[in-house]
Design a protein around this ligand. Structure first.
Ligand SMILES: C[S@@+](CC[C@H](N)C(=O)[O-])C[C@H]1O[C@@H](n2cnc3c(N)ncnc32)[C@H](O)[C@@H]1O
Length: 271
């Protein structure tokens, strides 16, 4: 019988968190327990094993298993121009405003960038506006090394490009017959990928634009507050913050922001 997510206790979660912290220096202890339970149970049932104790033993005997568990906890689902209406607003309103009002380098950060679809989407829009790396810098970070490796390779299946027009696919990708798309070299070179934990990672400097979407959904309340505090601190006054469409900013974070559109979760730092 498959194990249920309620078979995963807080003690189990604590033990897995300690193992992952020790091996990968990533701390899951403040993540949403319901999310961790579901993901751990899902991994155990995929093997499949009948109990958490069997899984501890399995981890001891299989050198790659802890990495597989980590992969299960860092969900990498993404796509180019995810929520296309948000990217429409970025292209039509936000970027022209930033370009018109900033004389020096405009700095973008996509935090929790997964396999690169989000930062490359920004790079595509900027390229279409004729803005190159001399005027814009895109920093893209994630804790997941495997996702970052894929991001740096820049190779995608057709499904992750479904929001792009045929013309954009043609201009910005090399397409082979087997349905594999390789991002164009100039776009690839315009994104700086870096392994980085939003919660504990080093200072990356100040930004004019930060996108952090579909990352906070996995965190408990306290970590959400910590993460948004950091992101807002790292924004220049007047800089933009864009979060995931199902995410909600903690009350204390709203104070230093004005809402550009609640529907699309776009905010601007005012103080
Ligand atoms: C669902 S993906 C979101 C990708 C993209 N932002 C989007 O919305 O399409 C969530 C990403 O957040 C990353 N992540 C989770 N916790 C993180 C942390 N503390 N610091 C940096 N990245 C983190 C995961 O590794 C994963 O790649």
């Amino acid at each position: 019988m498959p194990i249920s997510f309620s078979d995963i206790t807080l003690e189990h979660i604590d033990k897995f968190s300690r193992m992952l912290r020790k091996h990968y220096d990533i701390d899951f202890s403040g993540y949403n327990p319901a999310f961790l339970r579901r993901r751990i149970a899902g991994r155990i049932n995929r093997i499949p094993l009948a109990s958490v104790n069997q899984y501890y033993k399995y981890i001891e005997d299989s050198p790659d298993e802890l990495g597989m568990l980590l992969q299960n906890l860092t969900i990498n689902v993404s796509e180019f121009m995810r929520n296309p209406e948000v990217f429409d607003i970025i292209g039509v309103d936000i970027l022209p405003e930033l370009i018109a009002n900033k004389n020096n380098l405009i700095r973008f950060w996509t935090a929790g960038c997964s396999k690169g679809e989000e930062p490359y989407s920004l790079a595509i829009i900027l390229s279409k506006m004729g803005i190159g790396s001399g005027k814009a810098e895109i920093v893209a970070t994630d804790i997941d090394e495997i996702a970052l490796k894929k991001a740096r390779r820049g190779i995608y299946k057709r499904t992750s490009l479904k929001n792009l027009s045929q013309n954009d696919r043609k201009i910005f990708f090399k397409n082979s017959d087997d349905g594999i798309y390789k991002i164009e070299r100039k776009i690839k070179k315009s994104v700086i990928f870096k392994k980085h934990n939003i919660l504990t990672g080093s200072d990356l400097g100040k930004f004019d634009f930060i996108m952090c979407r579909n990352v906070a959904i996995y965190f408990g309340k306290e970590l959400q507050v910590k993460m948004y505090r950091r992101l807002i601190d790292d924004l220049y006054i007047g800089g933009y913050l864009i979060i995931g469409k199902s995410e909600v900013l903690p009350k204390c974070s709203i104070k230093s922001l004005s809402t550009i559109t609640l529907e699309h979760r776009i905010y601007r730092k005012v103080k």
